[in-house]
Each structure stands twice: as C-alpha cells, then as structure tokens.
Ligand binder design. Structure first.
Ligand SMILES: [Ca+2]
Ligand SMILES: [Ca+2]
Length: 96
C-alpha cells in the first residue's frame, strides 16, 4: 500500500514540477481532502458533528466549532482546508 502511495506522490511531484506553486497548494488541499473524505462517512459533501466525533473522539466538539467557520453545523471541504492550513496542515488536533 505504501509503495503505491509513494509512487502516486512521485507522479504528483513530477506533474508539480511544471507548476511548482500549484504543487504546494495541492499538497495541503490534497491532505485536507483526504481527511474530509475519511470523516464524511455518508458522502453528502459535509461533515456534521456526529461524523466529526466518530473520527476525532467524543470531546472534539470545540474543535468542530472552531473548524466550522460559518457556524452552520456542517464542515465543508473549504472550511476543513482553511482550518488545517491555518494549523500547519498536519492534522495534529484530536488524536485517537
Ligand atoms: Ca456527511
Ligand atoms: Ca460550515
């Protein structure tokens, strides 16, 4: 599995060599997209508090509220990307 991921990343980096700036943006956006897809269990395009807690634990509501920038109770991919970008993008909040 890891070998495939590394291979895909190498391909992405090679593609990024044409557009270096885009490659950096892709990296953060790609990781946030991955996190988002993991959390959005029902694939309706938003992460609600229930889905968020399943991934991040029962005490994660403050982090959910911090990520839900417009406060509508659903985290969008844009909100997650912005949150992770603002926090170094390593997804360091809410360990299992
Ligand atoms: Ca959902
Ligand atoms: Ca929202």
């Amino acid at each position: 599995m890891m070998r495939v991921v590394v291979l895909l990343m190498a391909v992405a980096l090679m593609g990024g060599a044409v557009l270096p700036g885009a490659a950096v943006a892709m990296d953060q956006a790609g990781r946030s997209k991955m996190h988002f897809d993991m959390m959005d269990k029902n694939k309706d395009g938003g992460v609600d508090l229930e889905e968020y807690k399943k991934m991040m634990g029962p005490d994660s509501e403050p982090a959910f509220n911090a990520t839900d920038a417009d406060g509508n109770g659903v985290i969008s991919l844009e909100e997650l990307t912005a949150y992770e970008a603002a926090h170094g993008g390593h997804g360091g909040h809410g360990h299992q």
